[in-house]
Write a protein that binds this ligand. Sequence first.
Ligand code: CMC
Length: 398
Amino acid sequence: YGLRVLDPAFVNTAMITSSITYIDGNKGFLMHRGYPIEQLAEKSNFLETAYLLIYGELPSKSQYKVWSWEIMNHTFVAEDLQAMIRQMRYDSHPMSVFISAFAAMSAFAPEANPALQGQDMYINDKSIMNKQIVRILGKATTVAAMAYRIRINRRFTPPRSDLSYTENLLYMMDHMAEPYSYRPDPRLAKALDILFILHADHEMNCSTSTMVHVGSSLVDPYSCIAAAASALYGPLHGGANEAVIRMLTRIGSVENVPAFLEGVKQKKELLFGFGHRVYRETDPRSKVIREVADMVFEVCGREPLIDIAIALKDAALKDEYFTSRKLYPNVDYWSGLIYKAMGFPLDFYPVLFVVPRVAGYLAHWKQQLDSGKNKISRPRQVYVGKSRRDYVPIDQRE
Ligand code: CMC
């Protein structure tokens, strides 16, 4: 069957060349388009960082004005799509709603579908590509807010395009707000904006590589986003922030930390929020996020689970099991605590991860199509099944 290099879970295989994001896992270093993540988190904002990821340079003042205006004016979602989303059960996982809404958006955007418009449409006409980018970034927040409103059994709040990206998301979500009168606390909108910068891209993680993989078939970008978001939904990826809170709640108190760690070492369970395929050092995002946690606790009050989280982290970092395997806290270790302090329901946390990650998905989708070298992703396998044999009709089987 020919020689194959077997690389389960792509531990050693690079699938693309990229100029978007660089990670040095041994040094705990992350940069986008050359800019260190710490600088972007401190000085940029999410929409500017999204522009940087997608177009390669920081926008000029006028570019930024047009970019943010376009995105905020594409936050409206078609009435028919809203009606479809409204049909979902109140206890649907918000990620299922988000994924379904993006899959359905493909049906609402036939003009964006290469199957209908010609397979080279995104290569021949960049304005069509740019249009989908602002539409997707705009609608991601609205769909996320709708998923939340379904979860709490409330009607949808229309977007406000005069607010900032995260301010508008919080505005659309707030279940205590009187429509049109409430503006979220600017400190929380700022904290969420920093979290969005930290989550915007992380090179070939499971969901972004799914975006590239699915995009390579030249399907429309809405279907690609639905596929990528499905990959992010899992507890080993974007669902980890939710899993961390479930884990800390189960641990219950600082006294129970040693017994819990014993169970992890016996491989009965995972220490969620620890470990990373690339980082063999502390995830640099987790350092910034720790500061954001304090910002949020100042407004919302200190989240009591933080004490267990700190005790668990300190104990794990002193334990040979974790240090020898180079397991350190990742971004999800702290993000759930912030979302909990902000009062979001547990199953909404992965949505707060996927919305900003859409920027990274789009950057990679564009990079792939713009390269002029798109080739359908098609990994090989090493067959270990039966040799050739003949079919036995059912009446001759036992
Ligand atoms: N708790 C306990 N043991 C662990 C953990 C953990 N969180 N992560 C890895 N290990 C062990 C693993 O069992 C293995 O042990 P051994 O050598 O005895 O077989 C060793 O460490 C090496 O781990 P690995 O399975 O080869 O690591 P991986 O690169 O395949 O997996 C990971 C990376 C992130 C899936 C994994 O570390 C994990 O499951 N972490 C918990 C889930 C989590 O926090 N995910 C969020 C990742 S960051 C954000 C994102 O990308 O979504």
